[in-house]
Design a binder for this molecule. Structure first.
Ligand code: CP
Ligand code: NVA
Length: 303
């Protein structure tokens, strides 16, 4: 039976920990995995732009001996040309897996139901699981373990927040989501993360008070306006500025590190000085996208 990777929500803590360890092994011993995808072809269908996800998948798959065909759905006018069920089923006739970046999560579940090969979520409106895996791999490398650490996510409660909550709960990492009023993480996803956390003892919390960041290990932020959100910046900037991850906030938090999935908007959700500081884990996160994704593909296709 094929498995998809859409959210991690239905994974067990042991499965999540094993995948994290596989990512570590892939990073440390690349030669052992140089042909795990030998002869395999994977299609990436992207409805939205991407730098990190696209390039890290393409180069990562090459390093595993596989081959990627990239389809820009918009540039190739593929959106709306035919039913997405037919697109997915056709791609599965040739490809061993489909990687998709889409606007609506429903598109992924529809594709997964129609395709006889695994579908991997490369970002949708609700989740960004590949990002969260890379981020916890980064924390694992910095702290030696993830369990018991505390990450404060500051800013807009979005797809990245949701995946950090789910994967953090699975790995036993405490996650505090600190957002302005009206920009909280999805209630059902937050409750799901709290439920998962009962298995690992992680604290999953939310707050509107910026003081909630005190005493955490890491501050994490992301764009205030995600792809597809047409809200003008001017309409939300004032509301979000108190949540800017800047030097004062960082000093007040006592955190050792600052994280951002990128693309970053310098001097909006995070300051230049912090991005370029010693505390910044941004490039390590970016590098780890490839190792995390290679672990996912190895697990799904060669596990
Ligand atoms: N973090 C991330 O997914 O970056 P891209 O949008 O550039 O892929
Ligand atoms: N929340 C952002 C993440 C980009 C990688 C977005 O969806 O645009």
């Amino acid at each position: 039976m094929k498995h998809d990777l859409l959210t991690f929500s239905d994974w067990t803590p042991t499965q999540m920990q094993t995948l994290l360890e596989l990512a570590v092994s892939l990073k440390q011993h690349p030669a052992d995995y140089s042909n795990v995808l030998g002869g395999r072809s994977i299609v990436a269908l992207f409805e939205k732009p991407s730098l990190r996800t696209r390039v890290s998948f393409e180069i990562g798959i090459h390093k595993l001996g596989g081959h990627l065909v990239y389809l820009d759905a918009q540039a190739n006018s593929l959106v709306g040309r035919e039913d997405i069920r037919d697109t997915a089923a056709n791609l599965a006739c040739w490809a061993d897996a489909i990687i998709a970046r889409v606007f609506a999560h429903n598109t992924l579940t529809t594709m997964a139901a129609a395709a006889k090969v695994p579908v991997v979520n490369a970002l949708c409106d609700k989740f960004h699981p590949c990002q969260a895996l890379a981020d916890y791999l980064t924390l694992y490398e910095q702290f030696g373990e993830v369990k018991g650490r505390t990450l404060a996510y500051v800013g807009d409660g979005n797809n990245v927040t949701h995946s950090l909550l789910i994967v953090g709960a699975l790995l036993g990492c405490n996650v505090i989501s600190v957002t302005p009023q009206g920009h909280e993480a999805d209630t059902a996803i937050f409750a799901l993360a709290q439920d998962i956390a009962k298995q690992t003892g992680a604290r999953i919390e939310k707050s509107h008070a910026i003081e909630a960041i005190k005493g955490v290990d890491v501050l994490y932020t992301d764009t205030w306006l995600s792809m597809g959100d047409k809200t003008p910046l001017a309409a939300i900037k004032e509301k979000f500025m108190p949540y800017q991850v800047n030097e004062t906030l960082f000093a007040n938090s006592g955190a050792r590190f600052v994280m951002h999935c990128q693309p970053a908007h310098r001097e909006l959700e995070i300051t230049n000085r912090l991005i370029d500081s010693e505390a910044s884990l941004l490039m390590q996160q970016a590098e780890n996208r490839m190792h995390g994704q290679n672990a996912i593909l190895t697990h799904l296709l060669a596990g």
